[in-house]
Write a protein that binds this ligand. Structure first.
Ligand code: RIB
Length: 309
């Protein structure tokens, strides 16, 4: 049985700066740093998956500028299969990341080549996709490309993880095929509002609120849902249960890409045959480890590193 993971998504170069606090609208603040490192939700998830031991295929697009090399450096080093990363004329995706002393970030993404990933690119990779146990898609590529990927994956029997970040207006079929849908609490609330005009009132704890959101999304017909809650862990729901998983307590230096570390580790674990609860338990530990270092991919653990408990 295959344990391979495919990640269909964005590849960026991240330009990261440190700020004492994030600027208000119209305000200028001074910062420091200015490192360039590989990022993009798709690239990040592919690296997290590979570093967690899964044979990983990346399907995405980069440009013809020098950032293309920066954006793919760690993926190459980790042995991620980049056969289906297409090079299109123009700039590579770029993210401007500002991180405050508490590790919280603000990100502006300029899609660049990510916007040129077409349904045809996905169709061209169908034989490779057929060899995978799990495929992951996020919201930083065009809607029609995500819709096509979901349609191609279904008859192949490949488990689909949809990380709807940012939230896009996708068909209900794509949402229903996801197993799981992975979103943070803001994204979960936005999907419920936009698709069902439904508002979930906050609960006394983040854990309870996350479970309520996950349950409401399952009630809309999605097979399984994971709501990531940052340092509060994750809530997951299926038609049979709704539970909360605690995150290990760590000192956060930079939370950039923590959600992607979670998704990549989740994909690797599900592809290896773990059930959703076990996979989420591992994923919260990988995500917690990732916030203890700077940058997104640069902070992802390999299987030889000890994860926090
Ligand atoms: O999720 C973090 C990622 O979002 C960054 O690496 C950045 O590139 C943006 O895509």
């Amino acid at each position: 049985m295959s344990t391979r993971v495919a990640v269909i998504g964005s590849i960026n170069a991240d330009l990261s700066v440190n700020v004492e606090r994030h600027p208000l609208p119209g305000e200028t603040v001074l910062g420091s740093g200015g490192e360039l490192s590989p990022g993009g939700k798709g690239g990040n998830q592919a690296l997290a998956s590979a570093r967690q031991g899964a044979e990983t295929i990346m399907i995405g697009a980069i440009g013809t500028d020098p950032y293309a090399d920066v954006a793919t450096r760690l993926l190459r080093e980790a042995g991620v299969d980049l056969t289906y990363v297409t090079t299109n004329p123009g700039p590579t995706g770029l993210a401007i990341v500002a991180v405050d002393p508490g590790g919280e970030n603000n990100i502006i993404v300029v899609p660049g080549a990510n916007a040129t990933l077409t349904p045809q690119h996905i169709a061209a990779a169908d034989e490779a996709l057929a060899t995978c146990a799990v495929a992951v898609v996020q919201g930083e590529i065009p809607v029609e490309t995500i819709e096509t990927a979901s349609r191609i994956l279904e008859p192949l029997g490949v488990r689909q993880i949809l990380n709807l970040a940012p939230v896009l207006n996708l068909s209900s079929e794509v949402l229903r095929r996801s197993d799981p849908l992975v979103v943070n609490e803001h994204e979960a609330a936005q999907i419920l509002l936009e698709t069902q005009n439904r508002v979930i009132t906050p609960a006394t704890t983040e854990a309870e609120y996350g479970q309520k959101l996950a349950t409401a999304l399952v009630e809309s017909g999605i097979t399984s849902v994971v709501v990531t809650l940052g340092s509060a862990g994750a809530a997951l729901a299926t038609t049979e249960y709704a539970i909360h998983i605690n995150s290990p307590k760590v000192e956060a230096i930079d939370t950039t890409g923590a959600g992607d570390a979670f998704v990549g580790a989740l994909a690797a674990s599900l592809a290896a045959g773990d059930n959703l609860q076990i996979a989420c338990q591992r994923a919260v530990r990988v995500a917690a480890h990732s916030v203890t270092g700077h940058g997104a991919q640069t902070s992802y653990p390999s299987t030889t590193e000890t994860l926090p408990r």
